[in-house]
Design a protein around this ligand. Structure first.
Ligand SMILES: *[C@@H]1O[C@H](CO)[C@@H](O)[C@H](O)[C@H]1NC(C)=O
Ligand SMILES: *[C@@H]1O[C@H](CO)[C@@H](O)[C@H](O)[C@H]1NC(C)=O
Ligand SMILES: *[C@@H]1O[C@H](CO)[C@@H](O)[C@H](O)[C@H]1NC(C)=O
Ligand SMILES: *[C@@H]1O[C@H](CO)[C@@H](O)[C@H](O)[C@H]1NC(C)=O
Ligand SMILES: *[C@@H]1O[C@H](CO)[C@@H](O)[C@H](O)[C@H]1NC(C)=O
Length: 383
């Protein structure tokens, strides 16, 4: 069922149709002035996939649209609106980092791209790569096609501690999560929702806990986006379902130890990759791309203590820039949630404003860096 490490290097047929030279006019754009290219050394970007159809796995028992197949797109797959959204991420990044990435310096090591083992995040990543790295110079290989293949990787859920859901692959996290939900503190978070939850269980025909609310929220949301309106029972309480979905982000990251296992592997990788770059022992990577889900974006913001109550929209992304000001290394964080034209600057609490010194960042967060993946399999102290 699980392949070992998979190397996807695909010339996807769909790209032949969506990418044309006319799509790739790079304007001297709006947000270039935000970027201090002189001091920029490395960029990390985490993004959500684009608009999609409902996932079969997440449908509820009494779903009136249970048998809808969304042919020919299929369940849980990117729609054309979703493809455009992801393609636009690459355009925004290309415009933002045009001087930094330098077409004439492009090699296959310029970008390190990975995604979760889902069709929609794989396709999203291909779309971002397509608009971020159109072929130039020696890379032009077909005059009528402004696209080139760029490699990316993904790992099966069981092996992916960086982006996959730790409830699926990290037994320590799994235990901590359910213990927390069943603790007096955890139960208190839902104290005002008892009636809502009973109502939902009655109408869906399914028992409901933390993760089920998110599944229900996305099922209802994506059904409506694809032309299947909410059933009557859901209309008056849709906003409560959204609150419960957001609550799951909070519960999933409620303690430092939960944060350590649900986001810490990613943050630690970002910091490790940053040090590799600073030491000059890297392969020349300029940008790391992580194609994942709204959950990854939300909990990453929670980890950094900059989350506000919302569901990260399709195509939302967080940027971590590494800068070098005269030997002082630090990080700048930005979040594109499309509420303003350009990505917003984030200030990490305790980090001294919008430029967070790397050493300060490590001091603030290293207690939430896991040592190794083995930590996931150590159940010491849990019952
Ligand atoms: C879905 O299809 C199954 C099998 O044909 C049928 O029993 C069920 O009633 C259908 N459900 C809905 C909601 O249409
Ligand atoms: C990915 O897409 C293929 C082709 O449509 C489909 O057979 C497969 O079930 C999809 N996988 C997932 C996890 O959606
Ligand atoms: C939840 O906690 C109670 C006591 O606080 C305990 O009796 C029960 O077994 C726990 N349930 C689970 C599923 O851990
Ligand atoms: C539940 O409602 C009460 C009364 O409005 C409020 O004081 C309390 O903070 C609420 N609990 C939560 C977890 O929101
Ligand atoms: C989740 O936590 C944030 C703070 O990170 C808080 O503002 C928000 O009210 C919480 N949301 C819910 C639905 O409990």
């Amino acid at each position: 069922m699980f392949e070992s490490r998979t190397f996807a290097f695909q010339a996807s047929v769909f790209l032949l149709f969506v990418v044309g030279p006319s799509c790739l006019v790079v304007g001297r754009s709006v947000n270039r002035e935000d970027v201090d290219t002189e001091s920029l050394e490395l960029v990390h970007v985490l993004f959500r996939h684009g608009d999609r159809t409902p996932d079969r796995r997440a449908l509820y028992k009494n779903d009136p649209y249970y048998n809808v197949t969304y042919f020919p797109i299929g369940n849980g797959q990117l729609t054309n609106a979703g493809k455009r959204k992801e393609y636009n991420i690459g355009k925004e990044l290309r415009s933002r980092y045009y001087e930094f990435l330098r077409d004439d310096k492009f090699t296959l090591d310029t970008v390190d791209a990975r995604c979760t083992d889902y069709n929609r995040t794989k396709m999203s990543l291909q779309l971002v790569l397509a608009s971020l790295f159109p072929p130039r110079g020696n890379y032009v290989w077909e005059n009528r096609l402004d696209w080139q293949p760029v490699p990316f990787n993904y790992w099966p859920v069981k092996e992916d501690h960086v982006l996959a859901d730790p409830l699926e692959n990290c037994p320590r996290y799994n235990k901590l999560f359910w213990n927390y939900l069943n603790s007096s503190e955890g139960r208190k978070l839902y104290e005002n929702y008892t009636e809502v939850i009973q109502y939902l269980e009655h109408h869906t025909g399914s028992p409901m806990t933390s993760k089920d609310f998110a599944d229900l929220y996305f099922t209802l949301t994506t059904e409506r986006e694809n032309g299947y309106d909410h059933p009557e029972w859901a209309k008056p309480i849709y906003h409560h379902i959204q609150d419960l979905c957001i609550k799951d982000y909070n519960v999933s990251t409620a303690t430092p130890e939960l944060k350590k296992f649900v986001v810490g592997f990613l943050v630690k990788k970002i910091i490790d990759d940053t040090y590799t770059k600073i030491k000059g022992v890297d392969k020349g990577t300029k940008i790391y791309l992580y194609s994942a889900h709204e959950f990854n974006v939300a909990i990453f913001l929670r980890y950094l203590d900059v989350f506000y109550s919302h569901v990260p929209p399709y195509g939302s992304y967080v940027i971590v820039e590494v800068h070098n000001y005269g030997g002082i290394r630090g990080l700048k964080f930005f979040y594109q949630d499309y509420t303003e034209g350009k990505p917003k600057r984030l200030s990490i609490p305790g980090c001294g404003g919008q430029f967070c010194k790397l050493t300060t960042f490590v001091r603030l967060f290293e207690h939430m860096f896991p040592e190794t993946e083995n930590d996931c399999f150590n159940l010491d102290g849990l019952f």
